[in-house]
Ligand binder design. Structure first.
Ligand code: AMP
Ligand code: ZN
Length: 180
C-alpha cells in the first residue's frame, strides 16, 4: 500500500476533488437556469450543480488545466487514473472530444475510443501484474450512476473478491418466464 501511494502521491496531492467542482446553492440554481437558457442542453445534478462543456472537469483535465496522472494518450483519447482508485490502477478513458454520454457518440468516435480499450487494459495489467481480473464500466446518465458528464470508461482492476468493488445483477427471470 505504501509503495502504491508513493507511486501516485504527487497525483493525489494535486488533483482537486470532484465535489469541489460541484457548486451547490441557490446562486447555482439560478446559474443553471441561465446556462440552460444560453446553451439549451445542460446536465443538472441533484445537488443543484450543473455541467456544461464550459466547466467540464474532464475537458479541463484533457486541456491540462487540472492535473491528472496520465496512463495513456493519443490524438483521440486521454486515459488517466481515477482519483477515487476504487482499486489500485483504476483508470478512466475519455474521448478528447466532449460528448456527454454514450448517446452522443457517432460511430467514428465510438470506434476510436473503444478500439483503444484493450491496449490500455494491457498497459494497466503490465503496471499491476498482480491483477486477477478487470471490470469495464461506462455509466450513462445520473440514474445509471454517471456523475461526471463527459463520457468516460472505467477500467477497474480486480485483485480479489474482497477488493471493495461490487456489481449486483438481480435475477428477475421469474417475473418474465412464461409471458410473451
Ligand atoms: P462516474 O460516476 O461514472 O461519472 O465516474 C466519475 C469518476 O470521475 C469518479 O469515479 C470520480 O472518482 C472520478 N473523478 C472525479 N474528479 C476527478 C479528477 N479530478 N481526477 C480523476 N478522477 C476524477
Ligand atoms: Zn468535457
Amino acid at each position: 500500500m505504501q509503495a502504491f501511494l508513493a507511486r501516485f502521491s504527487h497525483f493525489f496531492k494535486k488533483a482537486p476533488l470532484l465535489k469541489e467542482q460541484l457548486p451547490c446553492s441557490d446562486f447555482f440554481k439560478e446559474e443553471t437556469r441561465r446556462k440552460k437558457a444560453k446553451y439549451g442542453k445542460v446536465e443538472v445534478l441533484d445537488q443543484g450543480g450543473f455541467f456544461t462543456m464550459e466547466n467540464c472537469i474532464f475537458c479541463k483535465i484533457n486541456n491540462r488545466e487540472i492535473p491528472s496522472y496520465k496512463v495513456y494518450e493519443d490524438e483521440q483519447v486521454y486515459a488517466f487514473l481515477d482519483i477515487s482508485q476504487v482499486t489500485p490502477g483504476h483508470t478512466l478513458v475519455i474521448p478528447k472530444t466532449h460528448v456527454t454520454d454514450i448517446f452522443e457518440y457517432d460511430e467514428t468516435l465510438a470506434a476510436a475510443v473503444f478500439a483503444r480499450i484493450p491496449k490500455i487494459a494491457r498497459a494497466i495489467e503490465k503496471a499491476f501484474p498482480e491483477i486477477e481480473g478487470l471490470n469495464i464500466i461506462n455509466n450513462n446518465k445520473e440514474l445509471a450512476y454517471q456523475s461526471v458528464f463527459h463520457s468516460h470508461v472505467h477500467l477497474i482492476p480486480r485483485y480479489s473478491k474482497d477488493d471493495d468493488f461490487k456489481i449486483h445483477f438481480g435475477n428477475h427471470a421469474d417475473n418474465y418466464t412464461g409471458k410473451n
